[in-house]
Design a protein around this ligand. Structure first.
Ligand SMILES: Cc1cc2nc3c(=O)[nH]c(=O)nc-3n(C[C@H](O)[C@H](O)[C@H](O)COP(=O)(O)OP(=O)(O)OC[C@H]3O[C@@H](n4cnc5c(N)ncnc54)[C@H](O)[C@@H]3O)c2cc1C
Length: 391
């Protein structure tokens, strides 16, 4: 990489206001690096905090509570904001290409653009499925679904596709929302059938003890579960699995395996199987030291971790340390992600299930309060920037 130690101003372009890049904005506002000029390129002016999404679907949080206002954060942290989608890189020329044809020059770049469910193998998913990401699109379509559910002849059989933590939480969240709102529509909540379909088992990444608790909670909330059901087609009335089985469903939420945005393939950066950018433990892209990649859209080759917001959050301080090291001409410290991490699954009824490592699990109201506290604490990091610093 070019030695930036004694150079003039250094342009850092943050691409995507994901969980990591937003922390870069606040960190350099709190402790500025005088030569550093920050720009955020984002396709949306608010960014969701996914940990609170199931609670929002359940009706426990307002949409605004789970979003960071990027325009306000940019103003308050002295970050230039470009409201546009990134679609490519000119790496030799060190320029980021935007959807409107504009180019933005960079000295350093941090990619934090997330991933979205891969719908390529599911016929009819674009017409009949509601993918959980991008979250803004999901929330809009969820509103439309809730309106349809209120009709006497509206959908009654709701399928959630994806047996990972996100799919499970969405299923609990939908049941909680229906329990809360259906009586007001004059509809018995029990008339809605909910089923969770998984291509593999139930929360396969978590331990057996968590799995048993999730199974019991699904049964308690009258949510069916179908395993080894790899969905290949969705129609207006059903889901079809690879082995030919059919499941009736007239509304389908999709939280399946995800892929990084396709434009990353055109950057020439080495990519992992899921299309994410391969990085070193310094969070720099393989083969390009000027580019950092973090969160779900990146994979640390030497130590790949599951795609979870908790890792993107923990990478925030590491990325800031790395950027300060680059500016000082020092070696970038390696980031060591946690081996074991805490998963907290809300069940929508004021309770939650915790899991960690190969054996730990815990369930109850205190666990929900713990999760709520962690999530609110993350969002509070941005509240001191709630007021604009510019007149
Ligand atoms: C229902 C659900 C519940 C979840 N719950 C949890 C949980 O409790 N704990 C947990 O650890 N993980 C959870 N996850 C996983 C979590 O969502 C992801 O791991 C996390 O969002 C990844 O964050 P990120 O910073 O990589 O990207 P994101 O949060 O997805 O942010 C990416 C940002 O980049 C922007 N962007 C995208 N493309 C472009 C572009 N081309 N140009 C400019 N900007 C762009 C987007 O608008 C967005 O603001 C959950 C996921 C779901 C679906």
């Amino acid at each position: 990489m070019t030695d930036l130690r004694d150079a003039g101003p250094v342009d850092l372009i943050l691409v995507g206001g994901g969980h990591t890049n937003v922390q870069v904005m606040t960190a350099f506002a709190r402790q500025p690096e005088p030569r550093l000029r920050l720009t955020l390129v984002t396709d949306r002016l608010t960014t969701p905090y996914s940990g609170m999404l199931p609670g929002c679907v359940a009706g426990l949080y307002a949409v605004e509570e789970m979003h960071i206002d990027l325009a306000r954060l940019a103003r308050a942290t002295g970050t230039r904001l470009i409201h546009a989608a990134a679609i490519g890189l000119d790496r030799p020329g060190k320029r980021l290409l935007l959807a409107d044809g504009a180019m933005v020059s960079y000295d350093l770049l941090s990619l934090n653009v997330g991933i979205a469910p891969d719908l390529s193998g599911i016929e009819g998913a674009d017409r009949h499925g509601i993918p959980v990401k991008p979250i803004s699109g999901f929330l809009t379509r969820l509103d439309a679904l809730l309106k349809a559910l209120q009709k006497p002849d509206g959908p009654r059989r709701i399928a959630i596709v994806g047996g990972g933590a996100a799919g499970v939480e969405l299923a609990f969240a939908m049941r909680a929302r229906l329990n809360r709102e259906a009586p007001g529509w004059g509809i018995d909540p029990a008339s809605f059938d909910l089923v969770l379909a998984s291509a593999e088992g139930l929360v396969p990444a978590l331990n057996d003890s968590v799995r048993r608790k999730v199974e019991a909670a699904l049964a308690r909330h009258r949510i069916g579960f179908v395993s080894d059901f790899r969905v290949v087609a969705i129609t207006a009335r059903s889901l079809r699995a690879q082995d030919g089985r059919e499941l009736p469903a007239d509304a389908v939420l999709l939280s399946t395996d995800a892929r990084a945005p396709s434009w990353l393939a055109g950057t020439g950066l080495p990519l992992a199987k899921d299309g994410s950018v391969e990085t070193r433990e310094t969070l720099q892209a393989l083969g390009d030291d000027a580019i950092f990649a973090v969160g779900d859209c990146a994979t640390v080759v030497a130590d790949p971790r599951p795609k979870a917001g908790v890792f993107a959050v923990r990478q925030g301080p590491a990325l800031v340390r790395g950027l300060r090291a680059v500016l000082g001409g020092e070696p970038i410290p390696r980031h060591q992600p946690q081996r074991e991490f805490l998963t907290l699954l809300m069940t929508g009824d004021g309770s939650a299930i915790a899991g960690r490592g190969t054996w730990f699990s815990l369930e109850g109201r205190l666990v929900w309060r713990w999760k709520d506290w962690i999530d609110r604490r993350f969002m509070a990091m941005f509240s001191e920037f709630d007021r604009d610093r510019t007149p």
